[in-house]
Ligand binder design. Structure first.
Ligand code: SF4
Length: 380
């Protein structure tokens, strides 16, 4: 598809120059395009930068608002590309400011994203802002998921389809827009919503490149974390891409028997194989590999498990995130008691492993991945 400028006057750009026949519905999502690609579609090149600016600095939802784009080109763009492509159909807000969004795609699929306020603004004694707010966006990479973790609501709905790069990028734009966050406000992104990001690696990698583009949202790749259930060969592929992203492994268990029960993927790539893949993952010198450990009452919350964990992580620059299980109606598991979790964390700390207990955000809403979607499906 090309959009040619036909003469020196920008306003003479002609709709007839757009060859949309080769463009599939997914390709029409304007957020799927890296600036370099957009520059091939639109001449002169600087127009592509202007369009990017409208999309990512002003969160434009139509071409009419793109004031410095000639009218004819606005019409051409509106015909050639589709946006917006995802619509929030339900939003739940927690007392702690966490907001869970259920988005619907143009083909009627639904998936979730979460806006998490990690820190409120802090002031000094003179009422000057000492520290700004801190936000993390939890984004989805698929509609549903193939992995089938037993503790996960998303898994229960099965796999529907991959999200396109554009649909991934658009979640971030929509969350920033809806929460009035300035384009320059830095945020962290975790690919920890619905889906296994490494099962949709090409689209996720493209989305990361678009999200980090300096003319766009400019979200540094070191602020983007891919969380995986452990598809070992894809961890190696991601490492070879050298994107500069962080990686988090949902470990959750210290022996294969329990891990295979919780995450069926472990039967294909067991703990040893996954750790081997992670050992070669390219890490920024100041960063660590994150190991997510979902602490489940009387299942994996004992000190024996903590000891095994220390052994497994020997030689890693590791950080362990202990996540108390968030009970929900569809799960047999219980939340661990805080004392036991603290003992677990203290043990890791004593053994030289950085460990944090993750504060559960949005506990009063459908906080666990897939719950809001499951609720919506039940209502239909
Ligand atoms: S926890 Fe993640 S990887 Fe596991 S089934 Fe749910 S969405 Fe998929």
């Amino acid at each position: 598809m090309t959009i040619h400028k036909t003469n020196k006057d920008d306003t003479k750009t002609q709709a007839s120059d757009v060859k949309t026949s080769r463009v599939s519905l997914q390709d029409r999502n304007i957020y799927s395009y890296h600036l370099d690609e957009l520059e091939q579609f639109v001449t002169p090149k600087f127009r592509a930068k202007q369009i990017y600016n409208w999309l990512y600095k002003h969160y434009a939802i139509n071409t009419e608002s793109m004031k410095n784009i000639p009218k004819n080109l606005q019409e051409v763009l509106q015909q050639a590309f589709s946006f917006p492509n995802i619509t929030p159909i339900r939003i739940e807000e927690s007392n702690d400011g966490t907001k869970k969004y259920l988005f619907q795609t143009n083909d009627g699929a639904t998936f979730e994203s979460v806006f998490i306020k990690m820190r409120e603004k802090e002031y000094d004694e003179n009422n000057r802002v000492k520290k700004g707010e801190k936000y993390t966006f939890c984004v989805s990479s698929q509609v549903g998921c193939r992995v089938g973790c037993v503790f996960c609501s998303t898994a229960k709905g099965g796999f529907v389809r991959n999200l396109s790069a554009g649909e991934i990028v658009e979640q971030v734009v929509a969350l920033k827009r809806d929460n009035n966050l300035d384009a320059h406000k830095s945020i962290n992104i975790v690919f920890m919503g619905m889906g296994e990001p490494l099962d949709n690696l090409n689209n996720v990698a493209k989305a990361i490149k678009i999200l980090s583009h300096e003319e766009g949202l400019c979200i540094a790749t070191r602020r983007q974390t891919i969380s995986t259930s452990g598809i070992a060969p894809q961890i190696e592929r991601l490492g070879a891409m050298k994107l500069g992203v962080q990686i988090a492994l949902s470990l959750h268990a210290v022996d294969d028997a329990l891990r295979s029960r919780l995450i069926p993927m472990n039967k294909v790539y067991n703990i040893e194989r996954v750790l081997e893949a992670l050992r070669n993952f390219p890490l920024d010198t100041r960063k660590r590999i994150l190991f997510e450990y979902l602490v489940i009452k009387d299942i994996n919350d004992d000190l024996g498990s903590a000891k095994k964990l220390v052994k497994l992580l020997h030689g890693f620059r590791a950080k362990v995130n202990l996540i108390p299980f968030n009970p929900h109606a569809e799960s047999e598991f219980q939340r661990p008691c805080p004392e036991k979790m603290q003992n677990f964390a203290d043990y890791l700390y004593k053994k030289g492993i950085v460990a944090t207990i993750r504060e559960s955000k949005g506990i009063d809403i459908s906080a666990a991945c897939g719950q809001l979607r499951a609720k919506q499906i039940k209502m239909q």
